[in-house]
Write a protein that binds this ligand. Structure first.
Ligand code: ATP
Ligand code: ZN
Length: 226
């Protein structure tokens, strides 16, 4: 059993694209922190809201296990992990509470430049490299396409050149990486941005008030940012 806490714990990315904007957004909600020497934990000073600095991939699991109460993570990462759980007939216990308006990118299908794209059916029988197998599987199923998924943890965009795959499904923001690998985006399967993730279940009574305060402040800040 996780011991009952009386301080809210929010997981954010330690090093990466979402780290600074996540912290800045929480700071604009009036929060301030004292950092631990190892810089993995920040103790909330102005409110009982502590930060845990972790890899983004760990955030949904930390919330699901109750070790953290909220987290800032890409919709792509949250969606992939929840879809993976659903595919295994397990509960998707973490949900998107708010879209945060930064970290925007698309999860897209990209194919070699010399393909004339006629639609998803073109992918039948092809090999697709991706780091998002569950989201890709959902999209292929929704489009009635049978294709092989080659799961890679990185450097997905070079897979076609290496002969590892015929096409890819990867995150795209500017498209420059795709172009450098003679690929072009043809279908968007997810519009992503950073989201505030939280448990599907209700908060512990000791934490519910703090979480409501944070969400209220966040909504106020997001309104001004619009
Ligand atoms: P970690 O070490 O925490 O696992 P990472 O390498 O997985 O870091 P980043 O590259 O920092 O993560 O990306 C974090 C998130 O930023 C992505 O999951 C995505 O939601 C978002 N993002 C925005 N634009 C891009 C992009 N062009 N490429 C990749 N991710 C992007
Ligand atoms: Zn990651």
């Amino acid at each position: 059993m996780t011991p009952v806490r009386d301080r809210l714990r929010v997981a954010i990315q330690k090093n990466g694209r979402l780290s600074e904007p996540a912290r800045a957004l929480l700071a604009s909600c009036g929060l301030s922190w004292r950092e631990s020497p190892d810089k993995l934990f920040c103790y909330g000073e102005s409110a009982p809201v502590d930060l845990l600095l972790v890899r983004d991939d760990d955030i949904p699991g930390l919330i699901a296990s109750g070790l953290c109460d909220l987290g800032v993570v890409g919709r792509n990462v949250l969606g992939e992990q929840m879809s993976d759980l659903r595919a295994a007939n397990r509960d998707a216990s973490v949900s998107e509470l708010r879209a945060l308006g930064f970290g925007g990118c698309k999860l897209s299908i990209a194919v070699p430049n010399d393909w004339t794209w006629t639609g998803p059916a073109m992918l039948s029988g092809k090999r697709l490299a991706t780091s998002y197998p569950a989201l890709l599987r959902d999209w292929l199923d929704a489009n009635n396409v049978q294709a092989d998924i080659v799961e890679l943890s990185g450097s997905v965009e070079i897979a076609p050149r290496l002969g590892q795959a015929d096409a890819i499904c990867d995150l795209v923001s500017s498209g420059a990486t795709l172009a450098a690998n003679q690929l072009k985006p043809v279908e968007d399967i997810l519009q992503s941005e950073a989201v505030l993730a939280g448990p599907v279940r209700d908060f512990d009574p000791a934490l519910a008030g703090i979480a409501e305060m944070l969400l209220r402040r966040l909504d106020g800040v997001m309104k001004i940012r619009d």
